[in-house]
Ligand binder design. Structure first.
Ligand SMILES: Cc1cc2nc3c(=O)[nH]c(=O)nc-3n(C[C@H](O)[C@H](O)[C@H](O)COP(=O)(O)OP(=O)(O)OC[C@H]3O[C@@H](n4cnc5c(N)ncnc54)[C@H](O)[C@@H]3O)c2cc1C
Length: 503
């Protein structure tokens, strides 16, 4: 797949066709239509890696019901909800951008990319019920979450998510929270549509089956990017003033090749994943929600299981997981078992060893998860859906998250399980490492990159105005109490444009 034109010596080269490159390219082209951009993707099709619909859970992460974002009680004895507020604030920028994309013909069929699916938290046992009650008390005080409902009533839970109670011990204390305007997002479709839109603009090109193999700073201060046309077996060099390494699991090796000093010390820790899925109509029709529970034992936050309605290619299914798995590959489609060993350098080996030694329960958990039987996997699903039957469910691969490992506070080896944008001091190259909370906050990540690396554009009144009409809160804090009405208005406009709520 490729656009009509290939852009030689563009202003910007984007590496990878996932949601991050797609968003950066589309936003940049909107704020400066004169910008020349070329994108390269190694796989055969666009957005087949982590952003692909089946490779992630498609949660529009707004901090609504994922309990892993609010794990702790504060000194006041109430659950602390600051992280959920922060994520919701960032997700609002994504909603605004996607809504703008629909209104301006960049996304023609929003339902292909985003669908309304309520988000629920479900807990059982008195200790968890007390936790959820406190979480709801704190969350519902904030204008982002004022619509959040809480119940311990089994009849209400049955109406919200009947499968959850099917076959459950009637004496067990249970509780649920519900946010009606949650979303299921097909980030792969979203990325592909944005890139296709870009390809129709003057001065933008994209090409799949093109692997970026090297990056070298050139004499004019930009980058020479070595690219291999995988089909033709030929390599060539293209140069750009700015390079975005949005290669997902492939970002770390490219960042290391760039040789920028800011990349020193970074390592990657891949976590594979699998889902159970069912398309059985009787089950799919009974469940319309994304249901989050509490973390089982040593599970890393990104592997806390949930039972999700998915809408992919217009078809509904139920997905449960992820089950984490040990892997040494950085990419699912085009990765190699040598990715992890090949990423070891003198400057990160200390961190990697420390991470291995300091996270033995996590490593043990990953190995145990990867080798468990179907029966054990079903056991985990049955904690959510007690009446689940093995014959209705199939195991499929999820994407791979390469967690960024970096030195923090000078202490090598502290795992930083977040998203990390690494930018050189000249602001000519940015690379995205890490995976959480991921695609949902892609717009916020890209806004920060633009503020840092394209600050000159935002000083231009016209560009700034275009940015403001695309992502109105890019320079505002909607979480502030004084912004409650502004948030309500922007949120409504975006959700209406995306057909998540009725006009
Ligand atoms: C199991 C799982 C569940 C998740 N659930 C959610 C969720 O519910 N909600 C959410 O918001 N996020 C979720 N995420 C995270 C989300 O999927 C990622 O944050 C996001 O998709 C990353 O997008 P990206 O563009 O950085 O990377 P990717 O989508 O992986 O794109 C990178 C692209 O770069 C290409 N590439 C790599 N190397 C090269 C090279 N050398 N040359 C050219 N191309 C190259 C790859 O082929 C790939 O297409 C989940 C992730 C996983 C793994």
């Amino acid at each position: 797949m490729k656009s009509e034109h290939h852009i030689d010596d563009p202003d910007v080269i984007l590496i990878g066709s996932g949601i991050m490159s797609a968003t950066l390219g589309a936003v940049l082209k909107q704020i400066d239509p004169g910008l020349r951009i070329q994108l390269y993707e190694v796989a055969e099709k666009l957005a087949m890696e982590a952003s692909d619909g089946w490779h992630n859970a498609g949660t529009g992460h707004a901090g609504l019901c994922e309990l892993s974002y609010t794990p702790d009680y504060g000194p006041d004895g109430e659950v602390q909800v600051g992280k959920a507020i922060e994520i919701c604030n960032q997700f609002e920028q994504s909603l605004q951008f996607w809504g703008y994309a629909v209104r301006n013909g960049m996304l023609k069929q929003p339902k292909e990319c985003i669908n309304p699916v309520p988000h629920l938290s479900f807990v059982y046992g008195q200790e968890q019920v007390d936790f959820l009650r406190s979480r709801h008390r704190q969350m519902s005080k904030h204008h982002f979450f004022k619509e959040m409902e809480y119940t311990e009533d089994r009849e209400t839970i049955r109406q919200w998510a009947p499968l959850i109670l099917d076959g459950r011990d009637p004496d067990e204390p249970v509780a649920m929270t519900r946010m009606p305007n949650g979303t299921d997002v097909n980030f792969g479709a979203l990325a592909a549509r944005l890139i296709e839109w870009m390809g129709q603009q003057d001065g933008v090109g994209y090409a799949t089956l093109h692997r970026v193999t090297d990056l070298t700073r050139n004499a004019s201060g930009g980058w020479d990017v070595e690219v291999k046309n995988v089909e033709a077996g030929e390599s060539f060099t293209n140069s750009a003033k700015f390079v975005f390494v949005g290669a997902g699991g492939g970002s770390l090796p490219l960042l290391q090749k760039s040789g920028i000093k800011e990349a020193k010390g970074f390592g990657g820790f891949p976590i594979g994943g699998q889902w159970l899925i069912t398309k059985k109509p009787e089950l799919v029709e009974q469940h319309n929600a994304k249901v989050y529970g509490m973390s089982p034992g040593a599970a890393p936050t990104m592997a806390v299981p949930h039972l999700d309605t998915r809408v992919i290619d217009g078809e509904k299914s139920l997905l449960f997981g992820p089950y984490a798995a040990w892997t040494t590959k950085f990419l699912h489609e085009k990765g190699s078992l040598f990715d992890l060993p090949g990423s070891i350098r003198l400057d990160n080996i200390g961190s990697l060893i420390k991470v291995g030694l300091g996270n033995i329960p996590l490593v043990r958990y990953l190995i145990q998860q990867g080798t468990q039987s179907m029966q054990t996997r079903m056991g985990e699903l049955q904690r959510f859906f007690p009446a689940a039957k093995q014959e209705d469910w199939e195991l499929i691969d999820a994407g791979i998250r390469v967690q960024a490992i970096k030195k923090e506070d000078g202490d090598a080896g502290i795992v930083h399980f977040g998203t990390e944008v690494v930018t050189d001091s000249e602001r000519t190259l940015s690379a995205l490492l890490g995976a959480s909370p991921g695609a949902s906050v892609s717009t916020n990540i890209i806004v920060e990159i633009i503020k840092k690396c394209f600050a000159d554009k935002l000083q231009d009144a016209e560009c700034r105005e275009r940015m403001k009409s695309m992502i109105p809160s890019y320079d505002e804090d909607l979480s502030d109490a004084s912004m409650a009405m502004r948030h309500e208005q922007l949120n409504k406009e975006a959700l209406q444009a995306l057909q998540v709520i009725a006009p």
